[in-house]
Design a protein around this ligand. Sequence first.
Ligand SMILES: C[S@@+](CC[C@H](N)C(=O)[O-])C[C@H]1O[C@@H](n2cnc3c(N)ncnc32)[C@H](O)[C@@H]1O
Length: 374
Amino acid sequence: MSVAQLAAQVIERANRDVPADAALRSALKNARGLSPVDAEAVSHAVFQHYRWFGWLDAEAPIDARLDHAAELASRFERNPGSFSDDELREHALPAWTSLQVEAPPNWARSLQIQPRLWLRAHPNHGDQLPDQMEVRPGPFPGSFLYGGSEDLFVHPAFQAGHFEIQDLASQAVGLACAPLPTETWWDACAGEGGKTLHLSALMKGRGMIWASDRASWRLERLRRRTARAHCFNYRVAPWDGGEKPPTRTEFDGILVDAPCSGLGTWGRNPHARWTTTPQDVLELAEAQRRLLSHVRGSLKPGGRLVYAVCTLTRAETTEVAEWFTRTYAGEFEPVPVVNPFAPQAAPVTPLILWPSDTEGNGMFIASWRRKTAA
Ligand SMILES: C[S@@+](CC[C@H](N)C(=O)[O-])C[C@H]1O[C@@H](n2cnc3c(N)ncnc32)[C@H](O)[C@@H]1O
C-alpha cells in the first residue's frame, strides 16, 4: 500500500471516538514492511490534512484533499505572509472558538507551524544528552529541543531512563509548582505521570508524591515510566475524582492537571480542532470545578493548590479560576505564578501561556494558598 493510500485509510477511520493519532498508530502497526521513512511520511500527510482541513473541500476525494493540503503547507512554508491573520483565524480554527478564546492575532498562525519537540533530561543525565542525540539546550534547566528524526521511544537513552518527551508548557507546570524535597504533594490527575516525574525530579527524589487518576490503565503506564526513570518517591492512589479523597494525608501542595478540551495542543493535534465541541468545553468546565472543590480539603493550612489545563477557553481557564477564588474566598487566597519563560518579570495571577510564547503548547496555570486561619 502506498503512503497516500495508508494516509487515506487513517483519515477514513478517524472520527470523534477514534482520534487520528490512535488510528494512525494502529494503521502503522498493521502495515507490513513499511520503512520508517514511509511511516513518517504517512504521519506527516495525515497531520498536514487536519492542519489545513479548514481550507479543504470536505466532499472531495481524500487523495485530492491530501494534495491540496500539501500545496497549502508548501505555500505557507515559502511565503507565510501570503496568508493574512484573518484568513488563518477563519480557516485554521472552528468558528465557535471566537466566542471562547481571546487569542492574540498570531494564535492561528502559530498552529499552522510544525510543532517543536521538547525533551526534559532526568537529573544527572542532561550533560550527556547532546553527545547521544541531536539536541540543543532549551530555556529551562534540563530542557532540550530535539532536532532529529529518530523514533525516540526506542532510543537507548530513552530506554535507559535518561529523558522524557515533555513539552515546554508542561514543564512550566512543574516549575510553577516548585515543590521542595521536604514536602508531600498530591498529583491528583496524574495520568501517565508526566508531571509526577517532573515533580519528583524537582524534589530531588525526596519527599513524597501521591499520584492519582481515575483511569487505572494510565496509572499502570505511570508505574512503568517511573520504573524506567528510577523514580521512587511516589505512591499510586487510584481516585475517581469524587468527594472522598484517596487518603487522609494532608498535603503541602496539590496539582490538579485537569482533563480539558486541549485547545493549547491543537498545533500538535490538529484533528482535535474538528472534533471538539462547545458542549465538551462546558462539560469539562463542570468537571474541573468539581475536581478543585473535591481536593481542597486535603491541603494543609498554608498549602498550595495549582490548577493547570492545556486549554485556552475562557470557560475552562479564567472562569474556573474566578469561580474558585469567589466560592472559597474564606479558605483560599490566589497566589501569583512565576512565568518560567520570564522569571525576572513580576509573577502573575493567573499565568496564560500561548503557543507563540512557548514554541510548544498553550497552558493556563492558576494557584491558591490555603489560609492558615479560617
Ligand atoms: C491532562 S491529563 C493529565 C496528564 C498528566 N498529569 C501528565 O502530565 O502526564 C488529565 C487526567 O485526568 C484524568 N481524569 C479525568 N477525569 C478525572 C476524574 N474525575 N478524577 C480523576 N482523574 C480524572 C484523566 O484520566 C487524565 O489522565
